[in-house]
Design a binder for this molecule. Structure first.
Ligand code: AMP
Length: 128
């Protein structure tokens, strides 16, 4: 069940600060507090959706269009010439990275990897 007090719901309601990038009626984006690379943005719908499946199944056409509009403007604003990775973790049992905030969000990750990220990528590649 969706928890209205998750950290992204609080950011959307303006109860806690974030470094906002883009906002429209249905979605917003902000920088991740613990970036994996030089540029790490999170795009979230404003509606209450727990993960990507929940959003894809239940969000209205207007919400989905608003989300993708925010996604495109966010990716463009990073100034990385369309070169990035996208990630959406779903569930605590996801194999590579577990979902830790249960409000749907898409990571847009670009630029130079942090040392922690270099280590994580090596672990994934060697299956540890
Ligand atoms: P996930 O593990 O896919 O659920 O991703 C959650 C992400 O949210 C992590 O990358 C965290 O670093 C990030 N995060 C947690 N709290 C905040 C916050 N207050 N502002 C921005 N990013 C956050």
């Amino acid at each position: 069940m969706y928890d209205k007090d998750n950290v992204f719901a609080k950011i959307i309601r303006g109860e806690i600060p974030s470094k906002k990038i883009v906002e429209n009626e249905y979605a917003m984006s902000f920088y991740d507090v613990n970036p994996m690379c030089e540029k790490h943005a999170l795009v979230v719908p404003k509606g209450e959706y727990e993960n990507i499946l929940d959003f894809a199944r239940r969000a209205s056409a207007a919400e989905q269009a608003g989300f993708w509009d925010c996604f495109v403007k966010t990716a463009d604003s990073l100034g990385v010439n369309g070169e990035f990775n996208v990630m959406a973790n779903a569930g605590v049992g996801a194999p590579l990275f577990k979902q830790s905030v249960f409000h749907f969000h898409m990571h847009i990750i670009a630029g130079k990897k942090t040392p922690e990220c270099e280590k994580m990528v090596k672990c994934i590649m060697c299956g540890e």
